[in-house]
Design a protein around this ligand. Structure first.
Ligand code: GUN
Ligand code: ZN
Length: 489
């Protein structure tokens, strides 16, 4: 089966899409739970009932398993796992990164993954540790690229989708170049690899750097999988960058350690007196009962998976409504390391603005970070296309009488962090759909960028700003050539 990927809706660089082929469809963004046939805390069939449309399992484990190898080879994965959704298999690469070597070649794992009838197959890429020096990253990347191209030669593209993993360590140029090469070679399903150590160490700013670099090289038509991302607190951030798929064993690994996932972090069950979740497990147990249950691991895995799937749906809805920035902002305030990642992402606002959609359902100002959002940048670009009269008034107050505009050829109002707007734009996005609290310094500073832009593109106009006395000094400091008057006068 060769999967096709169709993008249906967008917000920031995130998208709602449809991955489909041979009667199977997967709505994206989505989470592929990792299935370990030996553990099977939750069966793939139960997962399907919970809304899971695709799973990932490790082909290397199957190839080494006395119990499952022959069954998978004779019956195929769908029957062995009793799952009729999309099944992706990973090669031995993860074992490679943990144990240093695996007893399988690239050609062997490709042949095996095909023989067990995996839908999405992965070559034996090398997940180079992010702290490796450039020389090693380059050398291992070169081996990885050879293996990917070898896999491309030998794979049966009619029945399987071959993934092209993007490696390249912490070097943005290598990640970007790799993304470009894979896109040019025709890969339409690309996982971004070797990011688990970054996520484990809460290095979200570096994660953003790596993913944004890979995305810059990849064609927008590529379905992007973020290897090993499984904590619901970072789904919104990753989707905002344009990641479409996640896979994770976290729901099960956390459960093993008695850890309870929420969208804003995890707790050990010992720390919880109350369960802040409406899923059947949490409604049916107190924290103490859950912690002491002989079935704790399975129940906790159920809860963790449900929380993760619910967050995926929340992210999808946010894309649809055009409020993904609000969700990213909310999630990334739950941990300073995530906030660092969020701020790093805002540093890419120029390229994100080019990808972002034009209009959205709303814009809620949530503090200084909101000033860097794509909608603000886009507005500043648009302001440069507006015409100002010879004598132009920019009024901070929306409630002005006709008399107060006498002597002006054009009147603009002011909505920070966007900037000046003519009355005709009162109802249009973002002016009409944005909610801001009382003016603060940062939003005024940002709004002044909009004013400066209007002044720049209307060099023959004379500008007068009317504002409350409290803002006069700030305005004069930012825009020294403008005439500033008190609102009262
Ligand atoms: N699982 C987590 N990271 C990786 C990676 O970089 N490559 C592969 N194949 N699997 C992974
Ligand atoms: Zn729950």
């Amino acid at each position: 089966m060769t999967l096709s990927f169709e993008i249906l809706e967008k917000d920031i660089a995130g998208r709602i899409g449809k991955l489909s082929g041979q009667g199977k469809t997967v709505k994206t963004p989505t989470l592929l739970p990792v299935i370990n046939p030996h553990l099977n805390l939750i069966t793939p069939k139960e997962m399907q009932e919970m809304g899971v449309e695709a799973v990932i399992t490790n082909a290397y484990i199957f190839s080494r398993s006395e119990e499952y190898r022959e069954r998978a080879l004779s019956d195929g994965l769908a029957k062995t796992l009793d799952f009729d959704g999309v099944i992706m298999t990973d090669s031995g690469s993860f074992q490679l990164s943990v144990y240093g070597e695996v007893e399988i070649t690239n050609a062997q794992t490709i042949a095996f993954q095909q023989a067990i009838k995996s839908d999405i197959i992965v070559p034996l890429d090398i997940p180079t540790h992010p702290d490796s020096p450039r020389e090693q990253v380059e050398q291992e990347l070169s081996v990885t690229m050879d293996r990917i191209m070898e896999a491309k030669e030998i794979a049966d593209h009619e029945h399987h989708t071959l993934a092209g993993p993007v490696q390249g360590g912490l070097f943005p140029d290598l990640r970007e170049e790799t993304g470009r090469k894979l896109s040019e070679a025709g890969f339409r399903f690309c996982p971004i690899g070797a990011v688990v150590p970054l996520m484990e160490a809460y290095r979200y700013a570096e994660l953003v750097k790596v993913v944004m670099a890979a995305k810059r090289g990849l064609s927008p038509a590529v379905c992007v999988h973020l290897f090993g991302a499984g904590h619901p607190s970072m789904f919104a951030l990753a989707v905002a960058m344009g990641c479409d798929l996640f896979d994770s064993a976290a729901y099960a690994l956390y459960a093993k350690d008695g850890r309870y996932m929420t969208t804003h972090g995890s707790y050990h069950l010992n720390e919880l007196s109350y369960l802040p979740c409406p899923c059947p497990v949490c409604v049916g147990h107190t924290a103490k009962e859950l912690n002491e249950s002989p079935d704790r691991e399975r129940l906790l895995a159920m809860h963790n998976l449900r929380v993760s799937l619910a967050e995926i749906n929340r992210v999808r809805q946010a894309i649809r409504d055009g409020v993904l920035w609000e969700l990213v902002d909310e999630r990334c305030r739950s941990h300073p390391a995530l906030l660092r990642g969020y701020r790093a992402l805002l540093g890419y606002n120029e390229e994100l603005t080019a990808l972002d959609r034009e209009t959205k359902r709303r814009f809620f100002y949530r503090g200084d970070e909101s000033c860097k959002r794509t909608e603000v940048l886009r507005y500043h670009q648009m302001v440069g296309r507006l015409t100002a009269g010879e004598r132009t008034l920019i009024s901070f107050s929306r409630h002005i009488r006709k008399k107060q505009t006498e002597g002006f050829d054009s009147v603009f109002y002011f909505k920070p962090p966007f900037g000046p707007f003519p009355a005709e734009l009162t109802e249009t996005f973002p002016i009409g759909q944005s909610e801001i609290p009382d003016f603060d310094e940062e939003m005024i500073r940002t709004g002044c960028i909009g004013i400066a832009r209007l002044m720049e593109t209307n060099p023959d106009s004379h500008f007068t700003i009317r504002c409350r006395p409290v803002w006069k000094d700030l305005i004069s400091q930012i825009l020294p050539t403008v005439e500033v008057q008190d609102e009262g006068s």
